[in-house]
Design a protein around this ligand. Structure first.
Ligand code: SAM
Length: 281
């Protein structure tokens, strides 16, 4: 029995249910329940919060979230082999864990939940980045979630928190920092996972801001940022030519030198440029 919840240790769970990790599902499991409880604590006090956990697998992080007192956990898992192990956790925490089998990219879990809602996940990195971008780019703000606590490859975590002037600065930094407050909360070496991935990882915590830091239309800002960083080596006056025939005037109106490169422009500059472009259409 494990110290945190009276359920068997995760190695035993994996052996009992024959949950050998599958590469195509990005399965690198966390088996240390002290570590999963620590990740759950990064999400903050969850006693009055419903948590969406994406990709619970054998349930290490799920158990961490429940042991740390989450009001409810809704877990979405694509691999049906994991469901019996997750059912055992649900039995240990009556009424607190609901499991949905399916692809998190296709499921809308909202009707199962009551705000405030936090999201917590150790996902395959490609799925994690796609979901992060979706969670950061709804039309309306504030979003349905109050915080995200997500595992990423270390380099992706650095792109989320990067500042202007660094190589890592780009679309992810701007989308993350425009309407949320991201920070790297924990670094994890490959050996923290079973099997160990090739890369180091980091847990990023993002808190939703009540309103965007600077005014801008979301779709215009996304268009500007995508175009600017698509050609990050070019001066903005040529890299952004496709956005407007008067791009130099818009850059100057936004306080950006037309000869600058995207990497040097702070978030505030991109928002001013999006406003200038939106006002001309
Ligand atoms: N949370 C567990 C842990 O920390 O040990 C498992 C993490 S493992 C990196 C990723 C999990 O996400 C796997 O259980 C995998 O089956 C699941 N998964 C992969 N793609 C998914 C998707 N599109 N929707 C839901 N779950 C997915």
């Amino acid at each position: 029995m494990s110290a945190i919840d009276g359920l068997p240790p995760l190695r035993e769970v994996i052996a009992t249910h024959d949950l050998r990790a599958k590469k195509n599902l990005g399965q690198n499991f966390l088996l240390d329940l002290n570590l999963t409880a620590r990740i759950a604590r990064i999400a903050g006090d969850l006693s009055q919060t419903d948590v969406i956990e994406v990709g619970p697998g054998p349930g290490g992080l799920t158990r961490g979230l429940l042991a740390e007192g989450a009001r409810k956990v809704l877990a979405i898992e694509k691999d049906s082999r994991c469901l019996p192990a997750l059912a055992e956790i649900a039995a240990q925490y009556p009424g607190k864990l609901e499991v949905i089998e399916g692809d998190a990219l296709k499921i809308d879990p909202l009707r199962h939940l009551t705000p405030p809602i936090a999201i917590c996940a150790n996902l395959p990195y490609n799925v994690g980045t796609e979901l992060l971008v979706r969670w950061l780019t709804p039309k309306e703000w504030p979003p349905f979630w109050s915080s995200l606590t997500l595992m990423f490859q270390k380099e992706v975590a650095e792109r989320i928190t990067a500042q202007p002037g660094s190589k890592a600065y780009g679309r992810l930094a701007i989308l993350s920092q425009w309407r949320a407050e991201p920070r790297i909360a924990l670094h994890l070496p490959p050996e923290a996972f079973t099997p160990p991935p090739k890369v180091s990882s980091a847990v990023v915590h993002l808190t939703a801001l009540p309103a965007p830091r600077f005014e801008a239309d979301a779709a215009t800002l996304e268009r500007v940022v995508a175009a600017a960083f698509n050609q990050r080596r070019k001066m903005l006056r040529s890299g952004l030519k496709s956005l407007s025939p008067d791009i130099e005037d818009h850059l100057i109106a936004a306080g950006i030198k037309p000869t600058e490169r995207a990497e040097q422009v702070p978030l505030e500059g991109f928002c001013a440029l999006a406003r200038s472009l939106a006002s001309a259409t």
